[in-house]
Design a protein around this ligand. Structure first.
Ligand SMILES: Cc1cc2nc3c(=O)[nH]c(=O)nc-3n(C[C@H](O)[C@H](O)[C@H](O)COP(=O)(O)O)c2cc1C
Length: 348
């Protein structure tokens, strides 16, 4: 996928994810073959007002390029101001979030709420494009607010007319939960409607899913969110599958442990001990979600006092796995729980 300032090739895109797509997550994803990563959503107003939390959220290292920063905003002035400020740090893409369905976001007329007024949404995009210079502006959309209010063809067209370099389409409406299937069919219609590149998003969990979405809809690239949690392997698996037609298959226990430990060490380097330990919890459990004994493992990881202890528990767990210590988990049930609510172990 060619953009105004760089060529993504056939590489995959890591979704913006609040509380997840921080620098360690992005670095692991890149190391395993992702082409472009995004920061979590950051308030445009926060950036303009130099709010410390906002500055932390969008910070990235030069070695992370190409990288996108996602903005949350509904004021042309703040969005333009944030783009102007971000230019100092040279991200490759700046996105506007028009898809977040969470109440605490939409009640402030942000995120998916912007879908209700496509003309105004276009003004917001224009305000960003006007100051962006070389930086690509992307727009992350949903199909519409609800089944009765699908307006993705209109919002896509407006995004294009307003100067967006590409659009990302999460193939659900704002009202749809993860347990409801995405509707990829719309991607083909969007492709027929606009000339700018279209990125498809929604329930991509395997290299085969990715291949099928691209083949069925003709989109230019894909964005992956839940499918990348504890699973950076999806990127190199797909890249190899794309090049050779062969899927290397699920990672071995050792490969899973290696990635989980590497991720934990990156967190330890990035944050204070306490914060790194907390952030490592969910990431480590995600790595082991497809292996037996995950609930026992999760409860131990949750109780560990620091990263070193978490790493010891990982080593113990892989020994147990190798010796078939655990009874067989109900794979389908855990998978379904994970997909519906990523912090699946909290259901118990
Ligand atoms: C933990 C989590 C945090 C998310 N945070 C954001 C966000 O900050 N901005 C955004 O546009 N979408 C966010 N999303 C939505 C994803 O980017 C993506 O559109 C959605 O999960 C569908 O993709 P998937 O089926 O690959 O998970 C988040 C999703 C998850 C699971």
């Amino acid at each position: 996928m060619k953009l105004k300032n760089f060529d993504l090739g056939n590489k995959l895109i890591v979704a913006p994810m609040a509380d997840v797509s921080d620098a360690p997550f992005r670095k692991i994803s890149k190391e395993y073959g992702a082409g472009l990563t995004y920061t979590p959503m950051v308030s445009a107003k926060g950036i303009v007002e130099n709010d410390f939390h906002a500055l932390q959220l969008f910070s990235f290292g030069r070695d992370e390029k190409p990288i996108g920063v996602q903005l949350l905003g509904n004021s042309p002035d703040y969005l333009a101001g944030a783009v102007q400020e971000l230019k100092n740090y040279k991200p490759d893409v700046i996105d506007i979030n028009c898809g977040c369905p969470v109440d605490k976001v939409t009640k402030h007329n942000l995120g998916a709420q912007l879908l209700d007024d496509p003309i105004y949404m276009g003004k917001l995009i224009e305000s960003m494009v006007k100051v962006a210079g070389d930086i690509s502006i992307s727009v992350k959309l949903r199909l519409g607010k609800s089944d009765g209010k699908i307006n993705i063809l209109e919002t896509s067209k407006i995004a294009q007319e307003s100067g967006a370099s590409f659009i990302i389409v999460h193939t659900r409406t704002k009202n749809k939960k993860y347990k409801e299937d995405p509707d990829w069919e719309w991607l083909r219609k969007v492709k027929d409607t606009v000339k700018i590149p279209v990125v498809g998003n929604g329930s991509l969990f395997t290299p085969q899913d990715i291949k099928r979405m691209i083949a069925e809809t003709g989109i230019d690239s894909v964005m992956i969110a839940r499918g990348a949690l504890g699973n950076p392997f999806i990127f190199n698996r797909y890249n190899k599958y794309y090049e050779t037609g062969e899927d290397s298959g699920e990672p071995t226990i050792e490969e899973v442990a290696e990635a989980a430990i590497k991720h934990s060490k990156l967190l330890a380097r990035e944050y204070s001990d306490v914060i790194a330990t907390i952030k490592a919890r969910k990431n480590i459990v995600w790595y082991f979600k497809n292996l037996d004994g995950v609930m026992v493992f999760a409860s131990k990881i949750m109780r560990a006092k620091n990263i070193e202890e978490q790493i010891e528990i990982i080593h113990e767990h892989i020994e147990n796995l190798k010796q078939n210590f655990y009874s067989k988990d109900d794979r389908e049930l855990i998978d379904q729980k994970f997909k519906e609510r990523v912090l699946f172990w909290l259901d118990e």
